[in-house]
Design a protein around this ligand. Structure first.
Ligand code: EPZ
Length: 417
């Protein structure tokens, strides 16, 4: 089991390119199942979650290869409609394959995706939406048996919550459905817009992505296309947290600043200065961060839940108190226990975490329990006195491509052992 060794208090400097967005690559890869011909997905990050999706695509019969940052998928030879349990459990996002397999083959059999460390991750909204589109879904013994013998049909769907995964599931299932689907209260994340852009390049008719109401007119077929994945806004927010806690000035390349509109003001409140120009984000941190008052995680365009953990680590060494309210997932403060081992002063009650800034954290052994929690421990290690040993690096590798390499190139003293 690999670990990370971080020696704190090293300043960062220089420029780094932000990887492609994991949460865009995963649904786009699933959507390739709908297409004829060879898709080339550029700027696809090298991550274990992406590898897991590639394994599912290969199992279903697709030809999948990688060449210099791009993933190439040819789905013409899809000849299965089931996904085995061990492949489903690898990532939560595997549920988005359900709509794709159903739309492509007319049936699908797969196990419930694993819940994960941040919450139960139910799929009731996914199931309800697909049933509204004519799918017959039987749930038994942890398996989903789905059929759409006469194909899927367009439906008027209103989501009780702007669920990202459910919105993606519907978009993918509706592209080849008979008739028109409208989604009210759809998720508006940039990754939703990226998926819509890819599908429309393939010949889909998706309107209103990124707005509250989305319309998808079913078409008869989709042709493979070339697409470049948008930059990962959460990796950008994590790198900004790394610079913030080390009083550093760094430049992030390939960032879409408008996708960080709810994150940038939080760093500015903490005393950082941020300039966006021609696809680059110039970040300058003060020697000592000010507290960020209150951060409430919300569906996009609100503050992203995935950035809560890295920013909470930064709040641990800010001057004053920062209150976090985690409104999206029910168990997303597990990293606070590990941060307290490093001397952080945090009290969590339900959705709320109250972080009293301390003068400094100290290095010790800590264990990651989920993807963004692992990132928060790296942020903390970068500013702690002495050396921090971080276990559970596999969680980090789910969403951060060569993160320790990126940070050491910026001047951090961090290595994987
Ligand atoms: C996506 O998860 C992201 N994952 C998550 O990123 C992200 O935190 C989340 O969206 C919110 O932005 C991917 O895109 C692969 P949701 P998803 O459906 O689709 C509840 C990361 O760190 N819900 O918007 O699962 C659910 O339990 C990951 O990169 C239901 O109740 O998020 C949660 O409380 C973590 N029933 C809330 O909605 C359902 O059927 C938001 O979930 C579906 C969801």
């Amino acid at each position: 089991m690999s670990k990370l060794l971080v020696t704190g208090r090293k300043k960062l400097s220089g420029e780094t390119y932000v990887q492609g967005a994991k949460n865009s690559a995963l649904p786009v890869l699933a959507a390739t199942i709908l297409t004829k011909g060879e898709n080339v997905i550029y700027n696809c990050p090298v991550l274990s979650d992406v590898d897991a999706s590639a394994r599912i695509l290969r199992y279903l019969g697709c030809k999948v290869s990688r060449s210099s940052g791009a993933v190439i998928v040819d789905a013409d030879t899809v000849d299965r409609c089931d996904i085995p349990d061990e492949l489903m459990r690898k990532t939560r996002s595997s549920i988005v394959f359900l709509g794709a397999v159903l739309a492509r083959t007319g049936k699908a059999r797969m196990s419930f995706p694993g819940g994960c460390e941040i919450g139960l991750r139910p799929i009731d909204m996914h199931i309800k939406a697909l049933r509204q589109m004519g799918a017959v879904i039987k749930e038994k013994h942890g398996y989903l048996d789905c059929a759409a013998p006469n194909g899927l049909r367009g439906a008027k769907i209103t989501l009780s919550f702007p669920s990202v995964g459910t919105t993606e599931e519907i978009m993918i299932a509706a592209c080849l459905a008979q008739g028109t689907t409208t989604v009210t209260n759809a998720a508006r994340e940039p990754e939703i817009c990226d998926l819509a852009e890819y599908l429309n390049k393939c010949g889909a008719k998706i309107y209103g992505a990124g707005e509250g109401v989305m319309v998808i007119e079913g078409v008869t077929s989709l042709n493979a296309s070339h697409h470049s994945i948008i930059p990962d806004r959460i990796v950008a927010a994590t790198l900004m947290s790394c610079a913030a806690v080390t009083g550093s000035s760094i430049t992030l390349d390939g960032v879409i600043c408008s996708n960080l509109a709810s994150v940038i003001p939080v760093f500015e409140e903490a005393g950082c200065s941020i300039k966006c120009r021609s696809g680059k984000l110039e970040f300058n941190a003060p020697e000592k961060l000010k507290s960020m008052k209150t951060i409430r995680t919300m569906p996009y365009p609100g503050f992203p839940t995935d950035a809560q953990a890295p920013l909470l680590a930064a709040a641990c060494v800010a001057d004053g108190t920062t209150v976090f309210v985690e409104n999206i997932f029910e168990n997303r403060y597990r990293h606070t226990g590990e941060l307290m081992r490093m001397g952080a002063n945090i009290k969590t009650v339900g959705k709320v975490a109250v972080v009293e800034g301390v003068n400094s954290l100290y290095g010790t052994y800590v264990e990651a329990t989920d993807l963004r929690g692992a990132a928060s421990l790296v942020v903390a290690g970068l500013c702690a006195d002495g050396q921090t040993e971080i276990g559970g690096v596999k969680y980090l590798e789910r969403g951060y491509e060569n993160f320790e390499l990126t940070l050491s190139e910026l001047g951090a003293d961090i290595k994987k052992i």
